[in-house]
Design a protein around this ligand. Structure first.
Ligand code: PRP
Ligand code: GUN
Length: 183
């Protein structure tokens, strides 16, 4: 089993790039069928989505547009409180939106992204996430339509996901393991 260490944490291989590609291919087929003639806008939530978005777009075979947003946070004592969406950069009114997320954990980010997009008079919002942790969700959503892999509570890195800014470049996904397992 492939292991890596980042700072003080150990990780082992969890989902390899071949599995990821196969799953994304099927997700792309589903989306292409559903959105034929709808010219959807894929809205990626940076930073984590960049690899997933790139691979997903190669598997979507209908006319579409791509945009990215970033969530900004309050600083200091309010740190981690999501404030607003930055960078949509196009008119989304009347458009069919597919939010692209690398991972849904608590669902806090997703809830804020959806709330911000709803203010822009979009026609519809669906969510496409590579990973989701159902046991960690703190909100109810009725529009998480496309999920690559449902995973347990483990902390994962790679394929766009970081630990302290590191590991986003890894093609495979790794999960955190206790120190003793790798000793
Ligand atoms: O469901 P949640 O508990 O909100 O967690 C999911 C969010 O966490 C990560 O983003 P992060 O804020 O770490 O920023 P990043 O994309 O730049 O890594 C990930 O990309 C999701 O957007
Ligand atoms: N890198 C990373 N970011 C996250 N954000 C929410 N959950 C996770 C996770 O498991 N890994």
């Amino acid at each position: 089993m492939k292991h890596i260490q980042i700072d003080n944490l150990d990780f082992e291989l969890f989902i390899d790039y071949e599995q990821i590609k196969k799953r994304i291919r099927l997700m792309g087929i589903d989306i292409s069928v559903k959105y034929a003639d709808k010219n959807p806008v894929f809205v990626g939530v940076l930073n984590g989505c960049f690899m997933f978005m790139a691979d997903l777009m190669k598997q979507v075979h209908v006319p579409c547009e791509v945009s990215f947003v970033k969530l900004s946070s309050y600083q200091g004592t309010q740190q981690d409180h999501i404030k607003e969406l930055l960078g949509v950069g196009m008119d989304l009114s009347g458009r069919e939106i597919i939010i692209v997320e690398d991972i849904i954990d608590s669902g806090n980010s997703l809830q804020h992204t959806i709330a911000a997009l709803e203010k822009l008079n979009v026609a519809s919002i669906a969510v496409c996430a590579l990973l989701m942790k159902p046991d960690c969700l703190q909100h109810e959503f009725d529009n998480i339509t496309y999920v690559g892999f449902e995973i347990d509570r483990e902390f994962v890195v790679g394929y766009g996901l970081d630990y302290n800014g590191q590991c986003r470049n890894l093609p495979d996904i790794y999960k955190n393991v206790a120190h003793s397992e790798t000793a």
